[in-house]
Every structure is written in C-alpha cells, then in structure tokens.
Design a protein around this ligand. Sequence first.
Ligand code: GH3
Ligand code: MG
Ligand code: MG
Ligand code: MG
Length: 303
Amino acid sequence: MMLSMPLTSQAPPGRRPRLLLVDDQPVNIQALHRVFGSDCQVLMATDGTRALQLCRERQPDLVLLDVQMPGMDGHELCAELKADPLLRSIAVIFVTSQDQPDDETRGLDAGAADFITKPFNPSVVRARVRTQLTLKHQSDLLRELAFIDGLTGVHNRRHFDERFLAETRRAQRTRSPLAVVLADVDHFKRYNDALGHLAGDDCLRRIAATLRSCLRRPTDLLARYGGEEFICLLPDTDLAGAIGVAQLMEDSVRALALPHPGIDGIVTISLGVSAAAQAQGLVEAADKALYLAKAAGRGRVSW
Ligand code: GH3
Ligand code: MG
Ligand code: MG
Ligand code: MG
C-alpha cells in the first residue's frame, strides 16, 4: 500500500523529513497535512513572506508550494529561495490548480523540482515527495563531503564561510552573541623541519581531534582554516564563554604532551578570541588577538 511506504528509505537516523506546506487556503494545507502529518515534521504557512521566514529559521527539506497567493506568490518565493545560497538546497514542488503548460514551465524555470496539480491524488503526491526527499538527502550527503577537510576530518574553510554567514544573520536577528576562536600551532615549521611533513600531518590530525573534543554544543563548529590554523564558531556564546573554550583547547593540546624536537619542548597552540553581537569584523578581531598571543610568547589565549 503506497500510503504506508516510508517517505525516505535513507533518512538520517533520528531525523524525520521536514516539510513546509504553503497555501493561502487552510483547507488545502489540511489536505496535505493528512498525507504527511504522521511521518514528517510539518511546518505551515498561508503566505509567502511567512514561508520565507520559516525557511530561514527552520530549514525544511522540501516545500510544497501553492502558486497563487496574495502578496508574495509561489513563483516569487521560489525565486527568493533559489537566489539565496543558504536556502537554495531546499526542494520546491509546486502544487497548483493551474494546468496551463506555461505555468509548469515557469515553475520549473524558477527552480522547482516538480509540479503537482490540484485536486491531487495522495499516493501520487507522496511518491513524488519521496523521490525529491531521497534526492535532497543524497545531495546533502555530497555537500557534507565537499565541506570536510581531507587531512583532519573536521570541516573546511568553505563550510566555515557558509555557516559564518548563516550564524551572522541569525545572531543579528535574535540579538544573541556570536564568538570566534582562531587557533594556530606554534613553531610548526620547525616541527616539520625536525620530524618531516608526514609526522606534521599526524600532529595536525591529533590537534584537530583534541580541539573537537573541547566543543560541547551541537551548534559549535570547528574548521581547518588554513595550513596549521583552526577556527571555531560558537553561536550564542559571549566573550567570557569563548575564552573558556579557548583556554580548554590550549590546556588540552598541552596535555597531549607531543614532543617538539624543533624547540626542545612540546607542541602548543596560540589562540585569539573575539565575540560580538555584531559579527562584523569578528574573524579579523580574532586574528589580531591571535597575533597578540604569538607576540606575548605563544602557548596562550588572547582576546
Ligand atoms: P608560529 O608559531 O609563528 O605560528 O610559527 P609557525 O612555524 O607555525 O608558522 P609559519 O606560518 O611560519 O609556518 C607554518 C607551517 O605550517 C609551514 C607549513 O609547512 C606548515 N604546514 C601548513 N600546512 C601543513 C600541512 O597540511 N601539513 C604539514 N605537515 N605542515 C603544514
Ligand atoms: Mg492559492
Ligand atoms: Mg599560521
Ligand atoms: Mg603557526
């Protein structure tokens, strides 16, 4: 029986697909809710502006979108989503009573993945949504891989840049603090010179794993920012909190006690911390603080 088929065969464990139903007529939303309510997280909006807001705040996997609505209509909303790098991956299926081929072409041109006409057959809607959710899940996995640093397994700079943009917007919207910690391995050139590049790579892997173990919240992000530099993005964290994280990182790397023959000591890191409600210049400020930590003798946290 089609209706009892699971919606995604490869959904991430513990995460039900998140659908956004958008239609100016609540009765249409109710009809779709009956089809998906039991096995999806369902969000609802009766106008385009509210739908866009929900997309920003809740990142649905897929939007079932009515075309004709007062205010921002379906085509406009779809165009907004596809023009935004942070929202572009959300799949859009138009659900409309219009059956002119022109409308279908226009919807697909706007970036929609599929097109369903009302009145709809629940099994068909389910099957089409299932196909799009599977595609979305696969492209999410690929994107995730493209955002991982090959050497250390932590996120890469590209991912940091994208998350930084999203968190900056969120921090401004919610007026919550946002913090950045920049970490740089001390005298790493001499480490390579003394032990060789492969040992250097191993050292970077150990440090990355240690830094990661210092992060506590699922929203905290660690990325490799450059050769022997790592960066942390800490949402909802003020300066004092970020300094605490940075100090823990400094202590944890020190506790590894990795011998550094190039300086006759052990491997240490220097860290620069910055935090603000305004994310403007946050990375630059952390970089300046890192420079202070280096100048003050390395193996320490500055802000
Ligand atoms: P400082 O304490 O001032 O940071 O000194 P440093 O030697 O760490 O800084 P510098 O920027 O002069 O040198 C960074 C070194 O990091 C040089 C480069 O060979 C090494 N490095 C960068 N990326 C990698 C990598 O992926 N693997 C290895 N093994 N070494 C790397
Ligand atoms: Mg309508
Ligand atoms: Mg460096
Ligand atoms: Mg260095």
